[in-house]
Design a protein around this ligand. Structure first.
Ligand SMILES: [Zn+2]
Length: 391
């Protein structure tokens, strides 16, 4: 008996249906399970909607786990109808009561013009770049695809925006927006690693774009070379999934907070001063916002532009990367964020402390009687103002 005879024998013992019968009747909407028994590369190039993938080679081994109900009606298909015929026979022998094989398989289905889906994949050329993400179950291909489709806005391409931007780009966050109206100054280079000596005098957004393209050309960089104000902030912020706030002034911090609450966007907050840094995550209406924390008071130590005493060059690297980590967790919906906690870092002691934050029911932005008016965010003036000092 040769293979042709064998296949003939098998086909006598099973039932076959046409692609049109599957389309019209033998489909998941009518309670049928579609079982694709092709190989992974065939599956990846396209398969029927809602099909289950179980390659022929694993059929007997995995059938009972993948298809626990032996009374469940099953339509098996492969590329051309041969492997599925053999698979249908095997399933019958394993005790499955109602199994049919689709004549002509996926090729016939496709050639007939019936609908199918092509699963989204991290491209072959991207597999190596993101391989260390793909190996983490919590990220994996699904997570990486999510990152590649995500949009993060960096408010400020300075001390905090630099490390956050470089690592978010390297991680494959697909779109990074940068808001900064400044140009690169020599005094920035001690810590703002997005900018190089050759960038002095360039707009920060342009210098940052050049660096981020070198880090990862997959990433789209959108430049917003403006000063955020009540008139432009909603338009700029509305398209992003997460806002990373690394602004060096208090007015912007309040403006970003209030706009984010209006748009219900999470904000990852960071600030730095000399050897000390802080970070938190504000998720509108789920946790406290920046105004719950600092209602009206403007402690000058929280506004680095108010002080020219400086910042340790490495400090923004630590706080900016905590912000980038929070952004990635928010995008992937994994872990526990800093929502409701203020993380305080002391570089000299090398200590991290945490303070619990609570929503303020009287908060002017997210409290029960809140009234958000972006136009009314006041200009915060520093007690000890210094010309041109920048975070
Ligand atoms: Zn609030």
């Amino acid at each position: 008996m040769d293979f042709k005879d064998l296949l003939g024998e098998v086909k006598k013992q099973i039932r076959e249906v046409t692609v049109h019968e599957v389309q019209d009747k033998y489909n998941p909407e009518n309670g049928f399970t579609l079982l694709d028994v092709r190989e992974k590369d065939e599956w990846d190039q396209g398969h029927l909607t809602n099909a289950i993938f179980l390659p022929r080679g694993f059929l007997e081994v995995k059938a009972e786990k993948t298809l626990p109900d032996k009374n469940q009606p099953i339509v098996v298909y492969c590329a051309g109808g041969v492997r599925s015929a053999l698979a249908a026979k095997s399933l019958q022998e394993l005790g499955y009561k109602d199994v049919v094989s689709m004549i002509g398989g996926f090729n016939e289905w496709k050639n007939t013009g019936l609908p199918f889906i092509v699963p989204e994949k991290v491209g072959k050329d991207q597999m190596a770049r993101y391989s260390r993400h793909l190996r983490i179950p919590e990220v994996g291909e699904k997570g990486q695809l999510k990152l590649l489709k995500s949009k993060v806005l960096l408010v400020g391409a300075g001390g905090l925006g630099s490390p956050a931007g470089v690592y978010l780009a390297a991680s494959g966050v697909g779109t990074l927006g940068l808001v900064d109206h400044d140009v690169v100054d020599e005094s920035n280079l001690q810590r703002q690693i997005l900018h190089w000596t050759s960038s002095i005098g360039m707009p920060k957004v342009d210098s940052a774009r050049r660096t981020l393209f070198e880090v990862n050309p997959d990433v789209k960089v959108r430049s917003h070379h403006v000063r955020l104000d009540a008139g432009n902030i909603l338009d700029i912020m509305q398209d992003y999934d997460v806002i990373v706030s690394g602004s060096d002034n208090f007015t912007t911090a309040y403006l970003v907070n209030d706009a984010a609450v209006l748009l219900k966007k999470p904000v990852v907050y960071g600030s730095i001063f000399r050897f000390d840094g802080q970070a938190s995550t504000f998720i509108p209406y789920q946790g406290p916002c920046f105004r719950c924390l600092y209602a009206t008071a403007t402690p000058p130590e929280l506004a680095p532009s108010c002080d020219e005493a400086g910042v340790l060059g490495v400090l923004p690297g630590i706080i900016g990367l905590i912000q980038a980590t929070e952004a990635i967790k928010l995008l992937l919906n994994i872990g526990t964020t800093l929502s409701g906690r203020l993380l305080v870092f002391d570089a000299l002691e090398m200590s991290f402390r945490q303070f619990k934050l609570r929503r303020d029911p009287e908060c002017a932005t997210c409290g029960k009687n809140a009234h958000i008016d972006l136009e009314s965010v006041p200009e915060f003036v520093c007690a000890v103002q210094s010309a041109g000092a920048k975070g």
